[in-house]
Design a protein. Sequence first.
Length: 377
Amino acid sequence: MPSSSSRLRRTSKAVKQPPADPVPAPISGHEPGQIPSNLEEVDALFASAGLERSRRSQSAGVARRARFQDKTPEELRPQLPATRTAANGVQWIPVPQWDRLPWLWHGFSTRRGGLSSCYAPEGAPGELNLGLTAEDERENVLGNRRLLAEAVSGDADTPLIMVRQIHSSVLVSVLAVAGNAAPGRPCKGDGLMTDRPGILLGVQTADCTPVLVADRKTRAVAAFHAGWRGTVKRIVENGIGRMRLEFGSRPEDLVAAIGPGIGPCCYQVGEELLSEFESQFAYGRELFHEVYDSDPVRTKYPMLFLTQRAPGHSPIGPSLHLDVAEANRRQLLDAGLRPGSIRVIGGCTSCHRELFFSHRGSGGRAGRMLSVIGRAK
């Protein structure tokens, strides 16, 4: 009988050991296990194993917001539009290119030439507040609306149809008018459209952007109140689609005018609006600018304004500004309008408070302007 030691020896001989891993050939000038010092040798090492080193243009790390092109408020400030003064003293803004359409009533109001005095300096002429605000008398506002209707249409009794604005994308189609006013209480919404002659559609603004649209063939017209909320909800783009459905409008037959609103020079917003627009529009980031304070003292003596705070925690630095007029111009293009058919009137309601009412510029105490459009009888 074999001894236990001989049985152990025979068993150990029967077990085969796994083959050892092949040792890659050392790179020239380096011992095995030594890390090469240059990228060419690293690439050669990866290639020997059938791999390729990552060639990303940027190193991995915490994602940071891409830088915008730096601007100053002066560089972004829209130019003031030309105004027209009616026989009744109302100063308003027409679209010069639309004078070739004699059937079209239209205009953007200013604050000049009315009956209201609550927002004007003491002793100043009356102003054209067109909104039923808490500070103004109702009779003054209704009288101002008649003055504007007369300036635009030639008749103070021209019916003016409005909606109760709610910063939405809700659109209202005006089918008929009873007497000199729409029946019942105003509908809620931020867009109006009609193909009926003899009436004016109007939207109120005091910083938001008004957009007027007319169809040269069917003679349908529309007015949109486009604040940032309505803009991000695509009120103008949806409105063009609605005109196509209801009136058979073709985008190539439409003309549009983007009226005065708060400009990118003054419309400072937070990062949350950047996220809102980026989530809805492929070009969302292009609507924003980083704006630096153009204070001449800070520009001349920047060292006086340095702080020891960590980056991003100092009040000194660029602020994020939104261009709402450009956002609506892009929507009109996406809806199929030709670039030459879109007019941006210009003017910043916050910068040019001598001409416009501005809710933000006046700390919330401001009158309202009206942007009106209609089809003549």
